[in-house]
Design a protein around this ligand. Sequence first.
Ligand SMILES: Cc1cc2nc3c(=O)[nH]c(=O)nc-3n(C[C@H](O)[C@H](O)[C@H](O)COP(=O)(O)OP(=O)(O)OC[C@H]3O[C@@H](n4cnc5c(N)ncnc54)[C@H](O)[C@@H]3O)c2cc1C
Ligand code: SF4
Length: 340
Amino acid sequence: MKQFDWMTPDDVAHAARAATATVATAMLSRSGQPTTDAAVLKAGGIDLLDLMKEDLLSPHRLINLLSIPGLDRIEPQGGGLRIGPTVTLAQLAAHEAVRARFRALADAAGASASPQIRHLATLGGNLLQRPRCWYFRSHAHHCARKGGDTCFAFAGENQYHAIFGHRGCAIVHPSTCATALVAFGGALEITGPTGARREVSLEAFFRLPETDLQRENDLLPGEIVTAIRIPAHPHTTRSIHLKQGETDSFDWPIAEVAVALDLADGVCRRASVVLGAAAPVPHRAVQAEAALAGRAINEALLRTAARAALEGAAPLSRNAYKLPIFEALVRRAMRAAMEA
Ligand SMILES: Cc1cc2nc3c(=O)[nH]c(=O)nc-3n(C[C@H](O)[C@H](O)[C@H](O)COP(=O)(O)OP(=O)(O)OC[C@H]3O[C@@H](n4cnc5c(N)ncnc54)[C@H](O)[C@@H]3O)c2cc1C
Ligand code: SF4
């Protein structure tokens, strides 16, 4: 790992003016060698340092967001929540209001990684971590997402890759928390170097490879995620997040689902069903949502909705095994949400 400078900004404006690149833009190159003149943002540093240790990223300066006061709060806002970007996954998993009203998010944060990592990893960094595709993480494979010409996954080892939306690149979105936040209609507040703020829904923020092959989201250099917002939901909403690993370990899931159901007298008024580890973005299973909305829930309907969640799936050569896992997980999550 190359030597780098360390900067501890006092406020968001200072940090935003200093950041010359996002990690995605700093990693892009035609030659396969990362640029060495970038100043990039660091939160917990878990993904960032991982990329630097693998020589996939060589910034000359790290800007430490943890030194900025006030970004680590969880506050009520308009019946929903405003979550600071440096709130850790451990804080999120344990927070009383998150557990009581947005349980799928607390479950997702608590199911991510290991206890030690959850105590350091921040929500902002979790949403912005780069993909886990092993070709992407290998110095020896200069793939299309890093600025090369080839996606090695299509003809290669694609057992952990996408079953939806994989035109040009078959990553799965790495953030477990993103799956739950999309189910709640979450949004980001983003502050730019001039201090101007914009708000974008997480669904619009994340990008499919057919829109942008080299960035997983629309964050620009000098922009900082300053809050994650969850809108108010009716008190009749029940939610759950379930994660399926290959083994019972601290690894990323091979399949996960977040479900939020607004239920009254056994009838589903509104449903959100979002699949993680399925596509390059958190995947809204809109056919499953439509199958549930306005209907009295029974076992037959849950089976129909779980099958509908996989409509349009296009597995690759080695990952068709994910289809029955997702179907069972969606059914189980809907049942658990009703009982939550
Ligand atoms: C063994 C292991 C298992 C794991 N399992 C899971 C899992 O199951 N699910 C899961 O979701 N994750 C998992 N992770 C990943 C881990 O959760 C992430 O690496 C971590 O959440 C990143 O957060 P961080 O604060 O360390 O981010 P950093 O590494 O500091 O930053 C990540 C990226 O976000 C950018 N960034 C950070 N904050 C901001 C901000 N506020 N504004 C703009 N840019 C910002 C940085 O520039 C960088 O590009 C695992 C990691 C390990 C090592
Ligand atoms: S799936 Fe995406 S990240 Fe992985 S090798 Fe293909 S282009 Fe690269």
